[in-house]
Ligand binder design. Sequence first.
Ligand code: NAD
Ligand code: TYD
Length: 333
Amino acid sequence: MKVLVAGGAGFIGSTYVRLRIDAHPDDSVRVLDKLTYAGRRENLDGLPENRVELVPGDIADPDAVAAAVEGCDAIVNFAAESHVDRSIESPGEFIQTDVFGAFVLLEAARAAGVRHLQVSTDEVYGSIESGSFEEHSPLDPSSPYSASKAGGDLIVGAYHQTYGADALIVRGSNNYGPRQHPEKLIPLCILNALAGDPLPVYGDGMQVRNWVFVEDFCRGIDLVLERGEAGQAYNVGGPDELPNIEVVRTILMLTGRDESLIDYVTDRLGHDRRYSLSSEKVRGLGWEAQVGFEEGLRRTVEWYRDNEWWWAPIRGGEYREYYERQYGRALRG
Ligand code: NAD
Ligand code: TYD
């Protein structure tokens, strides 16, 4: 089987490519990726060239997509603008890629008659005070990012309902692990802690996120690709729900820093208070998270310590300017 992995040069997509070729020794992967600030060829380093092919291209470009889909038996779509704060600053790209691009890819899957798995997020359900979202919970997104992801999900549902397309959705909770861009909370705090920079905590730091180690999430995606039912959505949430401040304190502990580095900053606009997913349905297919938060975070901190070659160019580039705009101060380290 040859799988087209859109967005496969990003954080989760590249983890999925590794897992896919390890778990299916006869399979190959074609990656279609626009290589935005978040997509990097280096994320696919070390993978066998005869089994993993990278095609630079935009999922919103029908010609690029038609060429990339040729010869593939399934599509998994990770390609997206993925950061909430950037969506607040500049929503247009999110609509273009996460809604229109998702549509272009889905249309190509329908034309080719292949399975299409849309990778989505718990953020489409919005915030929940208590209890957990199930797959039939109403979509109630808060940010331009989550609204555009919800748009993608709705189109997938419509294509199944209207055309009988073999399309389905996996909604993940907050991922963390190696190769995550430092704009996101966990790698941002790890790198700032290592450099002795302050760790910016939005608002009171009591917002709760449901953390899943990226390899666990990718195993869930692969299982749904193999065994999921067309037209269905599957939640894949991690085993641990934690307020942000606890995550930040654990990072300080693991990096040997003290709490004087914590910097409470202005809250994010429209900030969702709590995310929580029920993963009962995907458990029914045989999925279980294998990595708890403490172990996953330790592995993640170790990876960033050992792979400065990976993050140094990011901290030296466009991210520096983004950081100054977002946090109103320069990175020291
Ligand atoms: P990421 O930002 O690290 O990677 C996104 C990738 O998509 C990059 O390689 C980028 O170059 C590529 N891309 C962007 N626009 C493109 C376009 N128009 N055409 C082709 N490629 C394009 O994101 P991530 O954290 O790896 O997230 C991957 C997917 O998983 C996204 O769809 C996201 O919504 C979803 N998701 C993320 C999380 C999380 O915690 N990060 C949780 C649940 C779901
Ligand atoms: P983030 O990693 O951006 O993921 P998401 O917004 O998709 O949940 O943020 C995780 C949580 O951490 C979220 O509640 C916002 C918060 N946060 C901070 O407190 N400070 C930061 O600098 C960032 C980037 C996030």
